[in-house]
Design a protein around this ligand. Sequence first.
Ligand code: SF4
Length: 129
Amino acid sequence: MRPEGNPAARAVLDDVFEVTDRAWRGIGVIPDSGWRLSGRYRDHDAEHRFAVDGITTREPAACRSGEVLQGLLKPHECEAFGTTCTPRTPLGATMVSSEGACAAYYLYRRLDLSTPATPDASLEGSPVV
Ligand code: SF4
């Protein structure tokens, strides 16, 4: 692995994409935080071809995933955690994916980090991926 990365792959990325502002669920727009297709590929860019500007995804009012994503709140500090929001009935993106902070906290019950984690056997075979 080289600090400069793979020059050939970087050249392809530089050709196909350009940096742009992106809106992140629960956080909002972060300048220069995402990519879009570069002008050479504009004809294939759904954002250019279709009227998708202004489409936003809103979390339910009870969901505080934006604060969780920013490290301002631990998942179990959300009032909905483990009650109205579980991996089987997720209210926000961070509970939907098994990689999400809320789902991971729920699955491994790491409410008290001094206590060894115990996976929730009831979620074996869960549709959460
Ligand atoms: S526990 Fe559920 S409702 Fe609360 S922040 Fe996480 S995803 Fe949102």
